[in-house]
Design a protein around this ligand. Structure first.
Ligand SMILES: Nc1ncnc2c1ncn2[C@@H]1O[C@H](COP(=O)(O)OP(=O)(O)OP(=O)(O)O)[C@@H](O)[C@H]1O
Ligand SMILES: [Mg+2]
Length: 482
């Protein structure tokens, strides 16, 4: 579960808890208060009528009495009647139709008339159907009980008032909950945003970009983490740069004495008269050559991760392949092997010819070393999925499954390398150089055997008109698997 969701849930829990803990007693008190208010109101009005109606009992005052009852009935939202001492209806807020009827059988009227005290009760009414709240007050004139006033209200109206209040409270609780959730969502966002950025930056650093920095934002703790992250990647970057510089300097410094050594060994070999000594010196020369290649490789790899230089000129893959085939022709010919350049179109890629020359030389050299004599090495080119593709296919043993996963590692040598001279840096250099220019390199078995090396590179998009053939998708013309 995301941090944001957790926070929203925690907030929701607190808001719901507070609403329940405070809301339920509040609801109970609201319904009690409304009930008490209605009862007190009815009792007050009944007493008021009782105080003023005793002077209006004469038939001549009946209309005035009725008007009074009507206005009170409207105030309390019910019905108000006045009965005489025998319980006969004298006046009714609802009109004169029932006047003269006996109400003596109503329990509240009986109590008011017989016991002379006010009563308030809820009972069910057959006339109205449903529960009613009745309030009866005796009418006293000169110490005599001359009748009674009765106020009746339907309890449904009381209940609906309570329900209205409850609904209003519920709406307030829902509003508070929604507001709480929105605040929690925003707050959680402000907490998780720096975390998400930090994770992104960490991934970027893991992918090799140690120059990445995160913004120091958010709470003090979040800023602290961001600062620590920036410090860490900064130090890592500095120490990596120092190491790289050291490797580059060491390789560079070693080259001069190595060249001197090689020249001296070569001269000594030429002067040596003893054939055994000459052989030894020639082997020493070959070893010096190997050491020189190793140093060049290390120098190239030491540059890995450095900011790449600006591209001065793009490279035509067809030209690159044809020149390489020509360059390697004599060396391959000595083994009876042919290097054939054969591709489609004229893709031009955004990478310099010097780097691509090293790439193709390493691949052809591998094909020559690991494939048998009297075979054919095909150097191909084309376009696949919008990328320029360079391939080198040989007729050698190909790769064993264990080799496939590790031949690009530095100093890794596969099964084909057993018994053959090599440093295990060639393919690492190929991949480093391809990736430097946003491309990649793979080596797998060809469709009909042999090893197939594939280098993909982004096509160069010149500002001017495109070169003829560049960018045409000719993926199908490439060896399968490229
Ligand atoms: N064309 C190929 N056919 C079969 N195996 C290959 C081929 N190219 C590379 N390999 C395997 O991959 C391994 C690594 O190759 P890589 O070019 O990196 O190093 P290397 O050839 O051993 O040494 P060097 O640094 O001198 O090139 C080789 O040892 C070999 O086992
Ligand atoms: Mg090699």
């Amino acid at each position: 579960m995301t941090l944001r969701r957790r926070m929203v849930l925690a907030f929701a829990y607190v808001v719901v808890l507070v609403t329940v803990v405070l809301g339920i007693p509040l609801l109970a008190s609201v319904s009690g208060r409304v009930d008490a208010e209605v009862r007190a109101g009815a009792s007050g009005e009944a007493h008021l009528i009782a105080a003023s109606a005793s002077g209006l009992l004469a038939p001549a005052d009946r209309a005035a009495l009725r008007a009074k009852l009507r206005s009170t009935a409207a105030d309390v939202g019910g019905r108000v009647i006045v009965v005489d001492a025998r319980g006969t209806l004298l006046a009714d807020s609802e009109g004169p139709e029932l006047e003269g009827d006996s109400y003596a059988d109503r329990p509240e009227i009986l109590t008011a008339l017989r016991e002379g005290r006010a009563v308030q009760d809820t009972r069910s009414s057959d006339t109205l159907g449903g529960d009613i709240l009745v309030t009866a007050v005796p009418l006293v004139d000169g110490g005599r009980r001359v009748g009674a006033v009765r106020v009746t209200q339907s309890t449904a109206s009381v209940r609906s008032e309570v329900r209205r209040d409850q609904l209003a409270l519920g709406a307030i609780a829902a509003f508070a909950l929604t507001l709480g959730l929105v605040v929690a969502w925003l707050l959680a966002g402000s907490l998780t945003r720096p975390l998400t950025r930090l994770a992104q930056a960490a991934r970027q650093a893991a992918a090799g970009d140690l120059g990445v920095r995160v913004e120091e934002e958010g709470s003090a703790e979040q800023r602290d983490v961001a600062r620590a992250f920036n410090d860490m990647t900064g130090r890592l970057n500095a120490s990596l740069n120092a190491q790289r510089e050291f490797a580059a300097n060491a390789s560079h410094q070693l080259r001069t004495p190595l060249t001197g050594l090689r020249l001296r060994v070569e001269a000594a070999a030429l002067r040596a008269e003893d054939p055994a000594m000459r052989r030894d010196l020639e082997q020493a020369e070959a070893e010096a050559d190997r050491l020189g290649r190793l140093l060049s490789g290390l120098l190239t790899l030491a540059r890995e991760g450095e900011e790449r230089p600006p591209l001065r000129a793009p490279t035509s893959l067809a030209d690159l392949a044809e020149e390489a085939a020509e360059r390697w022709g004599p060396a391959a010919g000595a083994h009876g092997t042919a290097v054939v350049a054969d591709g489609t179109g004229h893709p031009v890629v955004a990478a310099p010819a010097e780097d691509l020359g090293i790439v193709v030389d390493n691949l052809i050299e591998n094909a020559l070393v690991y494939a048998p004599d009297q075979s054919v090495i095909r150097v191909g080119w084309g376009v696949s999925r919008g990328m320029g593709v360079l391939t080198v296919l040989d007729e050698g043993p190909g790769l064993s499954p264990q080799d496939a996963s590790r031949v690009f590692e530095r100093f890794a040598r596969g099964s084909a390398g057993h018994g053959k001279a090599g440093t295990g840096l060639g393919l690492a250099i190929v991949r480093t150089l391809a990736r430097r220019w946003d491309g990649d390199a793979t080596l797998k078995n060809g469709p009909e055997g042999g090893a197939l090396a594939t280098v993909t590179l982004p096509l160069h998009h010149p500002a001017g008109p495109a070169l003829p053939g560049a960018g045409t998708d000719l993926g199908n013309s490439l060896p399968a698997g490229s």
